[in-house]
Design a protein around this ligand. Structure first.
Ligand SMILES: [Zn+2]
Length: 405
């Protein structure tokens, strides 16, 4: 199929108007511009002949008629004051393909991939991994608004959540901006994602004794702040020894209580995240963490507690679907594509737990993302969509053992 570059760019420019902010967008999950964008997409999917709906968690679906389908899409909301292509690009590609071949695909735009309220709420709801209890407990991470209230304001609370019919789909395919600089640096225009990282997150709480910074001798003090710093430095060393080539770790937040110059901190809270695409490596880092906490408790003056915040698993992209993207790219841009792992998380990670899944990346100019400067050249946007569309056709032509026709 031959995509219509003008129509594709129009869709993207139109999506950009929902929550426009500087050169990017501010379109938080379930905000007025987010809901307006979802309605617009549902209308657009209906216009091309799909059976369109927005479900009870805010996922937008466009269902084709007939038997086994490839499921394609991405997400519509943005982070706060962020870029115009993160999520929207994959949705616009899916809409373009659905416009040309509404017989081949179902389209989905997932809700809250960006985690304003939870973790992959929309895609997890669809694969049956989101409970009503979790929805009860979720709150907006910036303003504490309960998720139930947000759904009510968006008029979604009376709708049911759509759960995947596993017999319907042959696979899931998502396009996304790379959000990194590998493609640009390598001079490549299309990326075929091999695997997505798992992200493991922890909160480490150190309890010491708050006291006077001048009158408490070094021998007597139980300095929670110093313990936290020592622990972080030790972990940074240990992780270097056990990490793999692409492993990354971040102490993204540290808090001392009471946090004053002349007061020994009685309590320190340290948040740690690490990412890798191999579970064995993540396990090694976690074991190092457990040992370091244990050692500090045995030998140090303070009590250290560690709590797991979340552990998402790495996901492998399906080799046969990767091969389809490779064939499509080789035909359109020989030599200008490559395989790469994703250091960012995407809904494809969730879908990969139930369906063969694949992702295509287009370059991000300067590797900038999650910022209103995020951009991709028009030529790369158009080329990426053409390769995506070609790959959809190839994927749809694969043997589909799950076809129930
Ligand atoms: Zn995204």
């Amino acid at each position: 199929m031959q995509i219509d570059a003008g129509r594709l760019l129009d869709s993207l420019e139109h999506l950009r108007t929902f929550g426009a902010y500087k050169t990017g967008v501010h379109r938080p999950t379930y905000s007025a511009p987010d809901i307006a964008a979802r309605r617009w997409l549902a209308d657009s999917l209906a216009d091309v002949g799909l059976n369109a709906q927005v479900d009870g968690i805010g996922n937008v679906f466009g269902e084709s008629t007939g038997g086994s389908k490839l499921l394609i899409g991405s997400h519509l909301e943005s982070l706060n004051h962020a870029g115009w292509l993160d999520g929207a690009l994959g949705v616009a590609y899916a809409l373009e393909v659905a416009t040309l071949r509404p017989d081949l695909v179902d389209v989905a735009a997932w809700a809250d991939e960006e985690g304003h309220y939870g973790s992959f709420l929309g895609s997890r709801s669809f694969v049956g991994a989101l409970t009503e209890q979790e929805i009860d407990n979720c709150r907006n991470r910036y303003d504490e608004l309960p998720l139930r209230d947000a759904l009510r304001r968006a008029d979604l609370h009376t709708r049911s959540r759509k759960v995947m019919d596993p017999t319907r789909y042959s696979g899931y395919f998502e396009a996304h901006i790379e959000q990194g600089i590998e493609l640009e640096q390598a001079g490549k225009r299309v990326g075929i994602v091999t695997r997505l990282v798992g992200v493991w997150q922890y909160r480490i709480t150190v309890t010491g004794e708050q006291n006077h910074a001048g009158t408490t001798s070094m021998a007597r003090r139980k300095d929670a702040g110093a313990t936290a710093i020592r622990l972080a430095a030790a972990l940074d060393d240990t992780f270097r020894a056990v990490a793999a080539l692409h492993t990354v770790w971040t102490f993204g937040s540290v808090h001392f209580d009471p946090g004053q110059l002349s007061v020994i901190p009685g309590r320190a809270v340290l948040c740690l995240q690490f990412r890798d695409s191999a579970t064995a490596v993540l396990d090694r880092l976690e074991q190092s963490l457990v040992r370091a906490v244990h050692r500090e408790n045995e030998t140090g003056p303070c009590r250290v507690q560690m709590e797991t915040l979340s552990k998402s698993m790495p996901a492998l992209m399906h080799p046969e679907l990767q091969a389809c993207i490779q064939r499509a790219a080789a035909a359109r841009v020989p030599g200008q594509f490559c395989h790469l792992p994703s250091g960012a998380q995407h809904d494809a990670q969730i879908l990969a737990t139930v369906l063969p899944s694949a992702m295509l990346f287009v370059p991000s100019i300067g590797g900038i993302s999650h910022h209103w400067h995020e951009n991709t050249s028009e030529q790369d946007i158009v080329l990426g969509c053409q390769v995506y569309a070609d790959a959809v056709e190839l994927m749809s032509g694969l043997d589909q053992p799950k076809d129930t026709k």
